[in-house]
Ligand binder design. Sequence first.
Ligand code: FES
Length: 368
Amino acid sequence: MSVIAEPSRPRSRVAFHQLKVASVLPACDDGSAVVVSLRVPVELRPTFDFVPGQHVTVRATIADEEVRRSYSLCSTPSDLSDEGVLRIGVRAVPDGVFSTYACTSLAAGDTLDVLAPLGSFTTAVRAERRRHYGAVVAGSGITPVLSLVASVLAVEPQSTFTVVYGNRFARSTMFVDELADLKDRYGARFQLVYAFSGEDQREGLDRGRLDAETLAKVGSRVFPMDMIDEWFLCGPVGLVTGTQDMLTALGVDPESVHSELFYVGEAPPPRVSTEAASGVLTVMLEGRASTVPVAKGQNLLQAARAARPEVPFSCSTGVCGTCRAKVLHGRTEMTGNWALSAAEVAAGQVLTCRSTAETDDVTLDFDL
Ligand code: FES
């Protein structure tokens, strides 16, 4: 393996595929997270081809209710091509319908509906590259970074990776064994620093919550800040935005900083328009156009689903990017975007779950 390239063939954004669960294993000592392995049949492997850092949307019916969630892949593209498996890391969250199900009931032999991988929290992994990658992650934010670290170190023999990984306790830290294996295998090419907010530690950062202030303070002790070519930030909104601000203040090119959030709290309910539906929303999806009446101020995902129930979405909070579309006609307004890059927004993409129609007629292209 010398290059991990973005899959080039067009693939459906709306087609769920049934994948069999091969195993559900603990991902940390206290049992608060699991790693779910999914078996991908040979004929579906091209569909699930992915690049490290991407995520999948999973759909299940739990207590008669359909739930969708996006989970990052912790496995590597070579795990898919060699063994035919995808792995996702799932952390149990309070009142989390799917995560509780995954951590307590899901078992080998069950099936899950899964969409093809998606996401831009990645980089072009190539054998000839010589880069120093840095990652600042907390909690389950390690999931996509584990795939990136394993892929980069395997494919780019001249590259190095430094990861600062924050958790409350050692016992709730995900993927400790997998990270130790990578450390054993790649030695000095992989620097890993743990930070625990709930207990003392012998080395690395002092006890305390991992945030931008802590990072700035320890700076060169753990992180050769000025030597990092590319950054990956994944965790709660405060950690990610605080680290972004710190890197910007240090003069780091924003183009070299990849960010991904896994949770931003409850989304405000979609705006309910009081205007009459005097306009038309045209939805382009899977090569077919459908129209539905739309009012100014109306939530675009809700309106689009009225026209085409299969429109892709997952989190509905502006985090996962599954609902993205390009505005081909009309004007829209987006409040809260944690998934699209500045370049994608400049190219006309919007998160439909966080956008409203601001003109009578809007055309959205979901076939990006
Ligand atoms: S559905 Fe996740 S960003 Fe819109």
